[in-house]
Design a protein. Structure first.
Length: 110
């Protein structure tokens, strides 16, 4: 079972993402969620995840700063987690902007 961490401050988007992931018949996911980048780092400190779906605009610590901090973690496995940015502001960033902080890929929110 793959462990997914969803970092999203909107409960509506969190729940929608969970519902979408639960409809994939050939995959079973253990899904956890965080409301900001600081919570993401606290959760990663306690346990590893297979992928991080990361909102860019969050309170306390945004996704760009969170990605930078994850990539500098001393635990190589946790520092290497695949990060997919999911953002409504994709037009304000290029793929190079995301990659410069360690984000692997991004998906624009509708």
């Amino acid at each position: 079972m793959k462990k997914v961490l969803i970092a999203e401050d909107s409960s509506v988007i969190q729940n929608l993402t969970k519902r979408i992931l639960s409809t994939i018949p050939e995959q079973k996911f253990e899904i956890s969620s965080a409301k900001n980048g600081e919570q993401v780092l606290q959760m990663l400190d306690k346990e590893p995840f297979d992928i991080l779906l990361l909102d860019i605009n969050m309170p306390v610590m945004d996704g760009m700063e969170c990605a930078k901090r994850i990539r500098s973690l001393p635990d190589a496995q946790k520092a290497g987690i695949p990060i997919v940015a999911i953002t409504g502001n994709a037009k304000n960033y290029s793929l190079e902007d995301f990659q410069s902080v360690g984000i692997n890929e991004y998906l624009p929110k509708p």
